[in-house]
Design a protein around this ligand. Structure first.
Ligand SMILES: Cc1cc2nc3c(=O)[nH]c(=O)nc-3n(C[C@H](O)[C@H](O)[C@H](O)COP(=O)(O)OP(=O)(O)OC[C@H]3O[C@@H](n4cnc5c(N)ncnc54)[C@H](O)[C@@H]3O)c2cc1C
Length: 161
C-alpha cells in the first residue's frame, strides 16, 4: 500500500480514544482546533470504570454533557463492601461508606455508568464538530524535526506520523 495516500495534516494527533483522549479531542474540537484521534481497538462497549465522582459530574456539565450523564447513570449514595468469610462459607458485608470523595460539590452522590457509555457521550459530542475516532489504526513511527527553523515556524509541520 502506498503510505503517501494515508498522509493527513492536522494540528494535533491524539493516539488513544479512552476517556483521556476523548475528553481532550472533544475540548479541542469545540475550540476549533483541527484534531485527529486514532485507536488501534474498536469502541469499548462495557467494562472498566463505572463510578463517576462529583468533580467528574461537574466536568461533564462544563462540556454540556451533565444532563446526558445524569439521565443515563444511576445515583449511588452508599457503597457496600463484601469479603470472603474466613470459613469459606461465602461472602459477608464488611463495611458501608458514603459514595462521595468531595464534600463541597453541589452533587451529593456519585453516579454509576459503564465506561463505554461515558466514552460514547464524548464521541457523540465531538461528532457534532465533525470529528470521529479513526479505529483499527496503528501508529508505526513518529518523526520530530530537529530543525530550529521548522520548529519556530508556526506554519510548519514538525511532527510526522
Ligand atoms: C476493571 C477496572 C475498573 C475500573 N473502575 C474505575 C471506576 O470505577 N472509576 C474510575 O474513575 N476509573 C476506573 N478505572 C480506571 C479507568 O478505566 C482508567 O483510569 C481510564 O480508562 C484511563 O483512561 P485513559 O484514556 O487514560 O486510558 P485507556 O482507557 O487505557 O485508553 C487508552 C486507549 O488508547 C488506545 N491505545 C493504546 N496504545 C495505542 C496505540 N499504540 N495505538 C493506538 N491506540 C492505542 C487503547 O486501545 C485505549 O482505547 C477502572 C479500570 C479498570 C481496568
Amino acid at each position: 500500500m502506498d503510505l503517501q495516500t494515508q498522509l493527513t495534516e492536522v494540528d494535533i494527533l491524539i493516539i488513544g480514544a479512552g476517556p483521556a483522549g476523548l475528553v481532550c479531542a472533544n475540548a479541542l474540537a469545540k475550540a476549533g482546533i483541527h484534531v485527529k484521534i486514532i485507536d488501534h481497538k474498536q469502541k469499548r462497549t462495557a467494562g472498566h470504570a463505572d463510578a463517576i465522582m462529583p468533580r467528574t459530574i461537574e466536568i461533564m456539565h462544563s462540556y454540556g454533557l451533565g444532563a446526558d450523564v445524569l439521565s443515563q447513570a444511576c445515583p449511588a449514595h452508599t457503597i457496600a463492601f463484601y469479603s470472603s468469610r474466613a470459613d469459606g462459607s461465602g461472602i459477608e458485608n464488611t463495611n458501608h461508606a458514603p459514595a462521595l470523595s468531595e464534600t463541597d460539590s453541589q452533587w451529593r452522590y456519585s453516579l454509576t455508568l459503564h465506561q463505554g457509555a461515558i466514552e460514547e457521550l464524548f464521541i457523540q459530542s465531538m461528532a457534532k464538530e465533525g470529528l470521529t475516532v479513526n479505529r483499527s489504526v496503528h501508529p508505526i513511527s513518529i518523526q520530530v524535526s530537529n530543525d530550529p527553523s521548522v520548529l519556530s515556524d508556526r506554519n510548519a509541520r514538525p511532527v510526522i506520523r
